[in-house]
Ligand binder design. Structure first.
Ligand SMILES: Nc1ncnc2c1ncn2[C@@H]1O[C@H](COP(=O)(O)OP(=O)(O)OP(=O)(O)O)[C@@H](O)[C@H]1O
Length: 278
């Protein structure tokens, strides 16, 4: 018990923003609620006219985005168009100044980041959120809500066994000993402990060695298929986006200007020239 609160204190000292409980309980929220998209698919996320600002500078100018349960959307665009700001606004880290976010049929626009986390929205940002001086196992146990260390350990180990066997050999390694790819796996395992319904990934290949990118991609595709997870992936590597996403939305100056099937991302020269080429 003392050890666990030490882990929590460590987390607080590092000032990392940890959404939700990481407690292994199913996220709350009316899983069956919501209306239907075309082809009878249940809407998971419905963003309409979303606006946000950094202080007094507007950054999102009315973003519309609709995501069905189990679907993955890629969000692409040139540097500085507002992709990360969108992720932050969706997850509650940046204040909404207009528009609305419905998740699983409920308006979550006014909810805090923590409450959105509890509803099942998980976020892995660009910077690593792995604590360097904690072991992999301790990193996974951060935030698991139980007083019994053995119970927290059990939950963490269950997720490793079920979804991340590659981490089995690393459980006693400290965060700083891990490669960029291994750190990503720890972050993923930690959010999967909360059984999220929507995973927002901002530049998941950042800091990951090229030889591990395919492994990471395979893992994400498997998680999406096996757990029915919806995914929003922001990523500059278009081949990665095309492989993971079903559709791709293109952002320009704080708005989504077009949404296309993911395959088109690699073949549509005009799309590339107009919206993506630097
Ligand atoms: N904390 C901040 N304070 C003030 N302005 C910010 C802040 N973060 C981002 N911005 C500005 O908001 C705009 C959108 O930035 P954002 O990071 O959302 O874009 P992006 O599309 O994710 O870019 P990149 O692809 O380079 O990550 C940019 O002009 C950026 O300079």
């Amino acid at each position: 018990m003392r050890r666990k609160s030490g882990v929590r204190r460590h987390a607080a000292r590092r000032g990392l923003s940890l959404l939700g409980g990481f407690d292994g309980r199913p996220a709350r929220g009316p899983a069956g609620a919501g209306h239907l998209l075309g082809e009878g698919r249940l809407v998971s996320l419905d963003v309409t006219g979303l606006r946000a600002a950094h202080d007094i500078t507007p950054v999102l100018h009315g973003v519309d985005l609709h995501l069905a349960g189990g679907e993955a959307i890629g969000l692409v665009g040139r540097n500085g168009v507002g992709k990360t700001s969108f992720a932050n606004t969706l997850t509650g880290l940046l204040r909404t100044t207009g528009g609305r976010i419905d998740f699983l049929g409920e308006d979550i626009t006014g909810l805090s980041a923590t409450k959105r986390g509890r509803r099942g929205i998980a976020y892995i940002g660009q910077d690593s959120a792995v604590f360097p001086t904690l072991t992999v196992l301790e990193n996974l146990m951060v935030g698991i809500s139980t007083w019994r260390r053995s119970e927290a350990e059990q939950k963490a180990l269950a997720v490793v066994d079920e979804l991340f066997p590659a981490l089995r050999q690393r459980l006693t390694h400290a965060g700083f000993e891990l490669s960029g790819g291994q750190r990503r796996l720890v972050e993923l395992a930690r959010v999967m402990l909360r059984r999220p319904k929507l995973l927002v990934l901002d530049e998941p290949t950042e800091g990951v060695q090229p030889s591990f990118v395919q492994d990471l991609l395979d893992r994400l595709i498997q998680l999406k298929h096996d757990s029915g997870l919806s995914v929003i992936v922001i990523e500059h590597r278009l081949d990665f986006v095309a492989a993971l996403a079903d559709t791709v939305s293109v952002m320009v100056k704080g708005q989504i200007v077009t949404t296309v099937p993911a395959d088109q991302l690699l073949t549509d020269d005009e799309l590339h020239r107009r919206y993506l080429a630097v």
